[in-house]
Design a protein around this ligand. Structure first.
Ligand code: TXA
Ligand code: MG
Length: 342
């Protein structure tokens, strides 16, 4: 197992090793602007099977194909509609994934047998350079065991995946900290299947219309038919039981948190502004409530820290569910298994 430190710059000799590994059916952990990914050649079934194995990922959950430029994207998909083209032009490269009609040559193990493929063009210079140098698209799910919080720094990931991955590239803490916004155009309307840093308002501003899947803030049962298989699975969850305190009135919210702290061996994950008012000796701040970019950046690492410290209950403060808050709440609800106090 090797960790390549590319915080300062891309190390050219190590880059050759990365390309060699990918060409020889290997899988590699690398940074993107959203979260870290564990990548393989998108046309290499053997390498892809290693990703599913490393993550213990259910085989019905398809992967995102990462490209370095638009030509690589057009090689993967059939016709692109006007609305889809607009989304591509506005949001790629960036923290944005679009579901398009796939070409037949894409392996079924990538798309879990669907006739569509998820495509993303990362803007992170390390991710982009690796794909460009490799010259083939790279499938990359988030670098974590299936069901766990996504990996946003190299230490959290090495702990979890070192049995199955030989090369880890350290590019520092993930800039955004939440996975890309996943969008599918349905009846000409861009529909958000997974919220992220690119918000509904961003899409509406550019395209004039947008829909948010109602599954985003609701529990989905195993046998329900969904637009995106990832909606069904357990996600982002620490090992410890979590509860989300979603009381709009701030004083009442803090009162409820303190009540729970008094009756449980608990850790609180909350906003910096409320640190002083919360009577827990175990308080983890996920940033300032008024700066949701900061909160999204710290989210997954905070959940992991709480697990490491150890307690019987993780009490989490909820945020607004609009703008980037929608993406944060989507993850927190799942981290808590929809165990919410309103
Ligand atoms: O930011 C990201 O997107 C990160 C980085 C590494 O790029 N990747 C990521 O991949 O989050 P993953 O595998 O953890 O999540 C992929 C999501 C899943 O919810 C999956 O169900 C959905 O995309 N997806 C993939 N292909 C799809 C398709 N053809 N139709 C609908 N949903 C799809
Ligand atoms: Mg994931």
């Amino acid at each position: 197992m090797q960790i390549f430190d590319w915080n300062e710059k891309i190390h050219e000799k190590e880059l050759n090793e990365v390309i060699y590994e990918l060409k020889n059916h290997g899988i590699v952990v690398f940074p993107t602007e959203t979260v870290y990914g564990v990548g393989a050649n998108a046309f290499d079934e053997l390498a892809i099977s290693k990703i599913y194995e490393a993550k213990k990922r259910p085989s019905d959950n398809p992967l995102i194909v990462h490209v370095s430029d638009k030509d690589m994207l057009y090689d993967l998909v059939e016709d692109v509609s006007e609305v889809e083209q607009k989304l591509i032009d506005c949001f790629m490269p960036g923290p944005f994934t679009i579901i398009l009609k796939k070409k037949v040559n894409i392996p079924d193990s990538v798309t879990a047998g669907l006739d569509t493929v998820a495509v993303r063009m990362p803007i992170n210079h390390i991710a982009n350079r690796i794909i460009k140098e490799f010259k083939f698209p790279i499938v990359a799910p988030s670098a974590n065991r299936s069901g766990k919080p996504s990996g946003t720094n190299i230490n959290d990931i090495v702990n979890e995946l070192s049995d199955n991955v030989r090369i880890f590239i350290d590019g520092g803490n993930s800039n955004i900290g939440l996975e890309s916004t996943v969008v599918k155009v349905i009846d000409s309307v861009p529909t958000i299947l997974r919220p992220g840093r690119i918000t509904a308002d961003d899409i509406k501003r550019e395209v004039g219309k947008v829909k948010i899947s109602e599954k985003i803030l609701n529990k989905v049962s195993e046998n329900e038919i969904v637009e995106s298989p990832g909606m069904k699975h357990k996600h982002y969850a620490p090992m410890t039981k979590c509860v989300l305190i979603d009381i709009k009135d701030k004083n009442k919210r803090i009162h409820k948190i303190n009540e729970l702290v008094n009756h449980n061996n608990a850790i609180v994950i909350g906003f910096e502004e409320n640190r002083e008012k919360i009577n827990s000796k175990n308080f983890i701040s996920f940033g300032r409530e008024k700066n949701l970019e900061e909160v999204s950046k710290n989210l997954y690492a905070s959940l992991r820290r709480a697990d490491e410290i150890g307690c019987d209950l993780i009490i989490i403060e909820a945020t607004v569910n609009e703008g980037i808050g929608l993406a944060i709440m989507n993850r927190l609800l799942r981290a808590c298994g929809f165990n919410v106090v309103n």
